[in-house]
Design a binder for this molecule. Structure first.
Ligand SMILES: NC(=O)C1=CN([C@@H]2O[C@H](COP(=O)(O)OP(=O)(O)OC[C@H]3O[C@@H](n4cnc5c(N)ncnc54)[C@H](O)[C@@H]3O)[C@@H](O)[C@H]2O)[C@@H](O)CC1
Ligand SMILES: [K+]
Length: 481
């Protein structure tokens, strides 16, 4: 599991750790780790000795880390120049160390000539509200060349706690972060600015609270959560997932949701609705019923919503499913047709899977607002609907009403933004619910497998939703391997 902690909790942990270690030890550890990554990057295109490194140094400890790392590189023969955004406020110890190692310090960028590496140490967890105009100008000029940009702790200008980008911010090729990940490194739009992530251990672990603010499942976590049939399983014990999706107008949504459901680990898929003929033609193993969900037979979880359209029969299907006493996943048209009070009144779990536009409609906000502040939006939706919410998008987030950490999905590809791919995700996640996963696990494992399947089937090229569904078994095997 990859964990992220908010700035307040990072600072509290740092205070506790600092009380136990000699003064300056944490900054030395951070700088040493940073210098190692700088060295690795420089060696990719040459060597450290004789290379040219440009440091952008702000007035806080982020700049201090950067100056000490610069000193280490200068001792190894690199030509290191530091540009200070506020010369009278730069970290005095770091500045002295760099000068003593043979580095140079200036207040203006001047001619940057050829540079092999730019290190962004303007702000870390102390930065607020995007870069100030003078810092922004410095960054723009210093990063205009082809040298890679390495951010220290965070790309300067992004919001550490939320992943928002409220003004100009550094775009880094890689980020070296200290002690723990910060939420902004894992959530777009800020995560897009961070590039490849490197975590440097400074000994903070034991001081951090057990419960992080954000977590990301890794292969091993997903493997441990996947449902595995035992010797005694039959199809009913493995769970039956019901799918109420599609309409005369959109029969394809029924087919795609069933395609996802067939690969999610439930023992059987039951389909209820007007797409029964299309479903049975494509997937003869499905149990189909052309009428309403409540008359279709027993299931262990329902998926409702994809392609339902606007008819009164679709509204009935949604109400039917919400009145059941099993876990329910509501997606797409279902999100528009559902009665909010009926959702809140449910005793069995409910999972809502909106994209940013649907989330905006549920919150009465603008879509751009949801996209810019995904973490706040998903938490707010989970609380308002007393549900588990999977907010789809460039970074998919899963939040549950209560204080469990929000999960961020690390898999996926931008090619996944394709018609019908959400229908596959709904079916897959519903199937995991029917197989007995708790709603937060079902949603985060569903998103993980779906993203992995998309990456596999896309391999850098456009991908159709059908291909994603077909690649789910391969993703499943990847996770086990
Ligand atoms: N506290 C600790 O124990 C450790 C801290 N470390 C480093 O210290 C950093 C935090 O240091 P600080 O608390 O000094 O804060 P920062 O260095 O992140 O930034 C604060 C400084 O940046 C300026 N600033 C704020 N917003 C700005 C903006 N929008 N544009 C331009 N300048 C802006 C402020 O005036 C302030 O002087 C961490 O990110 C990490 O890099 C590491 O050395 C590890 C140990
Ligand atoms: K930085």
């Amino acid at each position: 599991m990859r964990h992220a902690y908010s700035v307040d909790r990072v600072r509290a942990a740092e205070r506790a750790l600092m009380a136990r270690v000699p003064e300056g030890a944490l900054m030395r550890r951070a700088a040493a780790g940073l210098a190692v990554v700088c060295g690795d990057l420089l060696r990719r295109n040459g060597r450290v000795y004789g290379s040219r490194v440009l440091l952008l140094v702000g007035s806080g400890d982020n700049g201090g880390d950067t100056l000490y790392a610069g000193a280490a590189l200068a001792r190894r023969g690199a030509g290191v120049r530091a540009v200070l955004t506020a010369p009278d406020k730069a970290h005095p110890g770091g500045r002295a160390a760099l000068l003593a190692a043979g580095g140079r310090v200036t207040g203006a960028l001047g001619d940057i000539g050829t540079v092999d590496l730019v290190v962004d140490g303007i702000t870390g967890i102390g930065g607020r509200g995007g870069l100030r105009p003078d810092a922004e100008r410095l960054v723009r000029e210093a990063t205009a060349g082809r040298a890679p940009v390495l951010a220290v702790d965070l790309p300067s200008g992004v919001e550490a706690d939320t992943g928002q980008v409220l003004g100009p911010a550094v775009r880094a090729d890689a980020t070296v972060t200290f002690g723990t990940y910060k939420p902004g490194l894992l959530i777009d739009p800020a995560a897009e600015h961070a590039g490849a992530l490197h975590l440097v251990d400074i000994g903070l672990g034991p001081e951090l609270p057990e419960r992080p603010d954000l977590e990301a499942l890794q292969y091993a976590d997903v493997a441990a959560l996947l449902p595995v049939p035992s010797g005694e399983s039959d199809k009913y014990r493995r769970g039956v997932v019901g799918v109420a999706a599609g309409s005369e107008r959109y029969p394809g949504a029924a087919v795609l949701a069933v395609a996802g459901a067939l690969h999610g680990g439930a023992g059987a898929v039951r389909y209820a609705g007007p797409g029964a003929d299309a479903v049975i033609a494509r997937f003869p193993e499905t149990l189909v019923h052309p009428g309403r969900p409540s008359e279709a037979g027993r299931v262990q979880a329902w998926v409702v919503g994809p392609g339902l359209g606007d008819s009164s029969a679709s509204a009935t299907a949604v109400a039917d499913v919400l009145a059941s006493d099993v876990p329910v996943l509501v997606d797409a048209d279902g999100l528009r047709l559902m009665d909010a009070d009926a959702v809140r009144a449910r005793t069995a779990p409910t999972v809502l899977t909106p994209h940013a536009g649907e989330a905006a409609a549920l919150l009465g906000a603008a879509r751009a607002e949801v996209e810019a502040g995904r973490l706040g939006a998903v938490r707010e939706l989970a609380a308002r609907y007393r549900a588990t919410v999977l907010l789809k998008g460039s970074t998919t987030l899963v939040a549950q009403d209560g204080d469990a950490p929000v999960r961020v999905n690390p898999t996926g590809t931008s090619w996944l933004a394709t018609a019908g791919s959400g229908d596959v995700l709904s079916g897959l996640t519903g199937s995991l619910l029917a197989a007995g996963l708790d709603p937060r696990d079902a949603a985060s494992v569903g998103a993980y497998l779906h993203g992995l399947a998309a990456r596999r089937s896309s391999d850098g090229a456009p991908v159709a939703a059908r291909d994603v569904a077909e690649a789910i078994p391969a993703a499943w095997r990847d996770v086990y391997a």
